[in-house]
Write a protein that binds this ligand. Structure first.
Ligand code: DGY
Length: 332
């Protein structure tokens, strides 16, 4: 299941999943690459076998990088280069404790992910999933003045939870669609950026209770686990929609399914799930949920850019330099 392509010298580089050729070509120039080639996700044991003895590990978001991974790799490991902006799969503190630099791929997937978030806003508010299911199931339908009416978004408030690069890119899109922008964040964004986006900072509580669409764009970590649960959903308007393109476990899926079924909120658009690739069975029954399979960064151009940036990160560390996008090591 792995392919070794060698220039005959240099460090050993393990790649724990299929990545675009652009990234592999760069890595092959830099050392002896042992790459997982199957489209199947490798088991934990298979990952540990690939990384054993590696100086660099290029990982996907499905690869758990923990003490067991680091033990399996061995003390020569210098860098873990994640091909994703999210790094909840990596124990960054454990890496740092062993002198292993962890890196991610911010920036290159910002626009693609914001496109998907905006798409989900339109799909949920305009009931496009339901409409598509009617056509594909050949259910009889007829144009009518009151048939499958959705909600307009012009003049409505989009509340963005997490105003990083992707949140800002979504705000630009939503503003162009005539939405008003509110956001909650650990700290307010720079005044010039706030002015450009016409964005108003507010507490999470205020954002949830006043927004017509709430979009989750924050990182997943212990402090954001189930950030949106039954209590938070109960504070949202019954006409409001929830969008999640960040990480599944930020939203309590069972509570969300209950809120969608009871009409506590109007709809949801999800690109990510608590236990991917599994989806909560009750969500599958919700007509008012649009469910797509983690496609945020899934364009040819974006995936190639992610692979190139991850390769840059790995190669820079291997050659003693500073990687372009290191993950900050948590304090303490
Ligand atoms: C990321 O990079 O974290 C995205 O979720 C991948 O699509």
């Amino acid at each position: 299941m792995t392919a070794a392509a060698s220039n005959g010298a240099g460090p050993r580089i393990a790649v724990t999943g299929r990545i675009p050729q652009e990234g592999l070509d760069m890595l092959n120039e830099a050392g002896l690459v042992d790459a997982w080639v199957s489209l199947e996700v490798p088991t934990v044991q298979q990952v540990h076998d690939i990384v054993h003895g590696a100086h660099a590990a290029v990982t996907l978001l499905t690869t758990k990088v923990d003490d067991a991974f680091l033990d399996a790799a061995g003390p020569q490991l210098k860098v873990v280069a994640n091909v994703a902006v999210g790094y909840n799969n990596i124990d960054v503190a454990a890496c740092a404790a062993r002198g292993v630099i962890a890196t991610n791929t911010p920036g290159v997937l910002t626009e693609a992910t914001a496109d998907i978030a905006m798409s989900l806003i339109l799909m949920t508010t305009r009931r496009l999933g339901e409409g598509e299911r009617v056509i594909r199931s050949q259910t009889p339908w007829q144009w009518g003045m009151f048939y499958m009416l959705g909600s307009g978004i012009q003049g409505r408030q989009l509340g963005i939870v997490g105003m990083g690069d992707i949140g800002c890119a979504l705000a630009r899109r939503a503003k162009a669609f005539g939405m008003k922008i509110a956001y909650s964040n650990r700290r307010p964004v720079a005044p010039a950026l706030e002015a450009e986006l016409g964005a108003t900072v507010m507490s999470l509580d205020e954002l949830l209770s006043t927004s017509d669409v709430v979009s989750i764009n924050c990182p997943y970590n212990p402090t954001t686990h189930h950030l949106i649960g039954a209590a938070e959903l109960a504070t949202m308007k019954p006409t409001a929609f929830l969008i999640n393109t960040a990480r599944g476990p930020i939203v309590d899926e069972a509570a969300l399914a209950a809120a969608l079924n009871s009409g506590e909120i109007a709809g949801a658009g999800l690109d990510v799930f608590e236990e991917e690739p599994k989806v909560h069975p009750q969500l599958l029954q919700c007509e008012n949920a649009v469910l797509i399979p983690h496609l945020g960064s899934a364009t040819l151009e974006t995936r190639a850019a992610m692979a190139r940036l991850a390769a840059h990160n790995a190669i820079n560390v291997l050659s003693g330099g500073i990687p372009p996008t290191p993950i900050p090591v948590p304090a303490g």
